[in-house]
Write a protein that binds this ligand. Sequence first.
Ligand SMILES: O=c1ccn([C@@H]2O[C@H](COP(=O)(O)O)[C@@H](O)[C@H]2O)c(=O)[nH]1
Length: 274
Amino acid sequence: MNDSFGTRLRARLDRFGPLCVGIDPSPALLDAWGLDDSPAGLERFSRTVVDTVSDVAAVVKPQSAFFERWGSRGIAVLERTIADLREAGTLVLLDAKRGDIDSTMAAYAEAYLDRGSPLAVDAVTLSPYLGFGSLVGAITSAVANDAGVFVLGRTSNPEAAPLQRLVAGQVFAGVAAANAGHAPFGPVGVVMGATLPELEHSLDDLNGPILAPGLGAQGASPADVARVFWPVRHAVVPSVSRAVLADPKTLRARVLDYRDECAALLAPGFATRT
Ligand SMILES: O=c1ccn([C@@H]2O[C@H](COP(=O)(O)O)[C@@H](O)[C@H]2O)c(=O)[nH]1
């Protein structure tokens, strides 16, 4: 029997520290790296990130949009990047933010969560905008495949607040129900921006991991993450992309700096800098 996603995530967080590193090969970053904005450029960028951070980040998060913009050739690079990450042994969280009616969600689940799919990952981000119930089939599929999902709760972008404040309570209740009885984490995480000024809901009963994007380029610091998520700090996975991806020469050092600073605040028992 395979370990559940929650068990694998806990083990990675304990061994490698709490950081998630994004693979966001935007045109601006490809240019900064001296790479062509092309599938070959995407591949070189992604492979460098995999080789540089897989042994110092708990989770690596490819942003699907930057691969999709190249159509089938970009998806082929995404497939190979996922295979490289799996081979490197890191956890792969695909940021695709999918959400649809149940029959279409079944196809998304097959694409990202079914072990046999070429795009199968450890976890995928999902949008609850069609109702938390629309995600139940994907959560069932995640459990069947020892995978996980991260549902958008309160995202890092400021314009999300007026809409998400109306429904975030429903999302957290759905996540807590789906995770009940699982240990050490259930299969359902939430996305909560590191940029949030404060927690508006108690997350004590969530029993799932919290992905916190927004470090660096969006203005949040490790200290902000510790302040906002203090009651649930053991479950927080801060995520950073542009602030570490600016230059391949400084990538590893920047990841280690973020990781060690986050670990010192969120997981003081973690032995930093290897
Ligand atoms: O609430 C959210 C959810 C996802 N994201 C994604 O994370 C990265 C952030 O990149 P940075 O360069 O670290 O700002 C990007 O892929 C977003 O699509 C998010 O920012 N906020």
